[in-house]
Each structure stands twice: as C-alpha cells, then as structure tokens.
Design a binder for this molecule. Structure first.
Ligand code: BGC
Length: 372
C-alpha cells in the first residue's frame, strides 16, 4: 500500500473510530484528520459569488473535503482573470497538491498551471475546461453539448417544429465568449434549431442568427451578466419589433441571462399567458425556479451540482491514493494541447410540473424558498 493510500486508510479508520467513539460517548483522538491534511491539500478556485450555483459548488466541495480531513482553501475570483491567477498562485505557494479550478477565462491559466505542475500539483478543471496547457489532468463537468441539445429539443417539441409548424419569431442568445462551455451549449441547441431557421419555420427578426455554430460568439453575452442580456433584449425589441410583431421563443443558454431577458420582456409589456414567449434556461437557480412557477420562464436544464462536487471529491480521493481518477470520456474535450480525460454527468430538463418531484424532493432546493 502506498503512503497516500495508507493515509486515506488511516483517515477512514479514524472516521469509524470517531463515530464509534461518538456512540460510546467518549472523545476520539484528533490526529487522523491532520494526517490526511498533509497530503490532501486542495485549492478550490471558483469564478464568482454572483451566481448561486458557484456558491453552492464551492461550499459543498469544501465541506466534503474538510469532513474527510483534507485542507481545502476556497477562493472566489469575482469574475476577474487577474484575481483568479493570483489566488491560484497563493494556493500553489501554500502547498496545494491538487487544484480544482472553474476558470473565469479558460484561455489564460497556462502560466500559473505551469507553476503548479512545477510542484507536482494535479489540476482538475471544474465544470469549465482550461485550454492551451498540458497541465490539466482531469475535467469534470456536465455534458455541456447535451445541455444545449435539451434546450433545442424542448423548443422543437413545444412549438411542433418537427411537424412543420411555424413560422415563429426566435431570439437566440449565447453565453460568455471566454467560457469554453458556451460554445458547447450553443452548438447543442443550434444543431437542433438551425435547420428550422433555414427552412423558415423559425425567423430571427433581429438578424442575430449565427449562420453556423462557429459564429456563436457574435451573440455571446460577456461574463454571463443578466443586465447585459437585458440591455441586448431591450435593443432587439425596440429596434426589430413593431406593431403586432411579437417574440415567440428565446433561446437563453442559462438562468442568469434568462433573468435579464424576462425583465426586458416585462418592461416591453409581455405578461405570462397566451402570447408570452418560450424561454429556456440552465442551472435551476432559485429566482428562475420561481419564474418557472410563475410562468415567466418555460424550463431550465438542471445540473445537480451536488453530484459534480461528489464526483470531484471521488477524483481527489483517487488521486491522493496514487491512483488514476475514473473518467468516462476521453474524446470530446481537446484543449488545444491534449484531450483532457473527462467525467461527464447527465443534465436534465425541469419544467413547472417537475419542480416538486425533481428539485424539492431531492433536497436541491427547499420548498419554502420557492413558495411551495
Ligand atoms: C456553467 C453554467 C453557468 C454559467 C454562468 C457556465 O460555465 O456551466 O452552469 O450558468 O457558466 O456562470
């Protein structure tokens, strides 16, 4: 058994001892966690606290690690690349052996990750791929292309596009151009929807309709900022919709953009009901679950971030034990330097009728948070 394996075995034995001691009402020795910490020193780098999901992601992974006796430093980069780089540098300087990074900008981390590699730290790209460097060992995420496919298929089904229905007015949006995920989300949706744009069943009055997946960034919203999506939608509505023309459907790649788009539609006089557009989303943020219950948003693609945290925790345990981490995809995520071994989790659609059974019953959100 390797040293690291023994450390985890000791930590596990310690956990059993702790719970046995708890049953017996005695105090357990406190040194086993410290033994695990020495080897299991993890730096977690998250992009921002401004979105609910990243707060949940960071805190739950940190808790899993701390409960296992690891050291786990959690930093949020306020969506600033320079800040994220200096936070990672500090974690490396602080002796991190494993870095878990959800990149603000997946293109700029190569130099700092070279520093990390210099002290044999392993790197797990969390949710977002890191490009242009050999020094990414693993990638754990939800199937990003499938997120987009689910959004596109939902729109296709609701509008009856496969049965020839239309024309419908569509306004498509895409995510932040510096986020590697955004092109996957868009491509998944656009592979379903573009044929209907080409057949004329979907019409894009604003003209903001990428002619191929590669042009997705032309409609990207920098930083996934709600207010920027709102301003863009305001502009499209005032410039391209007049008289009785209405928007029938908005492809929103995630919930933060959907919030801005909904606000824009509301101020232009749209109210849920007959001629209110379909609006997609992703993340199942509480505000958006409320919007779904109120009929302001049609669906969200739910990624149970608890399973992602657990997956990454399992990877860390395997790495710390000197093993290869388990992956289920070795083809999809080429970062320009290597195909990064990945673990892809399954996203799923949530509509109004699923809120209780999928989100509340699973404990992902509290009924009281969404007025149920
Ligand atoms: C994540 C989404 C999130 C978006 C904005 C993406 O990389 O995969 O879940 O909505 O970033 O933070």
């Amino acid at each position: 058994m390797s040293l690291t394996k023994r450390i985890f075995a000791v930590a596990a034995t310690g956990a059993v001892a702790l719970s046995l001691a708890a049953c017996a009402g005695t105090t357990a020795p406190a040194n086993d966690g410290a033994a695990a910490s020495a080897d299991c020193n993890v730096g977690i780098s998250m992009p921002t606290r401004s979105l609910e999901r990243w707060i949940n992601d960071g805190e739950q992974l940190q808790k899993l690690l701390k409960d296992a006796g690891c050291t786990a430093d959690l930093q949020y980069a306020d969506n600033k690349t320079d800040l994220q780089i200096s936070q990672i540098q500090n974690q490396v300087a602080g002796g991190a052996k494993i870095l878990v990074v959800a990149a603000v900008d997946g293109e700029v981390l190569a130099p700092v990750l070279a520093e990390a590699a210099g002290q044999d730290a392993k790197v797990i790209a969390y949710d977002r791929l890191i490009n242009g460097t050999e020094n990414v060992d693993y990638y754990a995420t939800f199937d990003n292309y499938k997120v987009g496919t689910l959004q596109g298929q939902y729109i296709e089904e609701q509008l009856g596009l496969a049965d020839g229905a239309g024309p419908f007015n569509l306004e498509p949006f895409a995510g932040s151009p510096d986020d590697n995920n955004a092109k996957f989300f868009f491509s998944g949706a656009w592979d379903v929807l573009l044929p209907y744009v080409e057949s004329g069943q979907l019409v894009v009055p604003s003209g903001k309709s990428p002619s191929s997946n590669d042009d997705w960034a032309s409609i990207g919203i920098q930083g996934w900022v709600s207010s920027a999506a709102q301003a863009e939608m305001d502009n499209r509505l005032s410039s391209f919709y007049s008289g009785s023309e209405v928007v029938d459907v908005v492809l929103s790649p995630n919930d933060s953009l959907a919030i801005g788009i909904i606000a824009s539609l509301k101020s232009a006089g749209y109210t849920p009901g007959e001629s209110y557009p379909l609006i997609s989303g992703q993340d199942a943020d509480k505000a958006n679950v409320l919007a779904i219950l109120d009929g302001e948003q049609s669906m969200t693609v739910w990624k149970d971030t608890r399973t992602l945290g657990k997956q990454v925790f399992d990877m860390i345990q395997q790495i710390t034990a000197g093993e290869d981490a388990t992956v289920n995809d070795t083809e999809t995520y080429d970062n320009g330097k290597k195909v990064v071994p990945s673990f892809l989790l399954d996203p799923e659609v949530v509509v109004k009728d699923d809120v209780q059974s999928k989100l509340v019953d699973s404990g992902f959100i509290k009924a009281s948070d969404v007025g149920l």
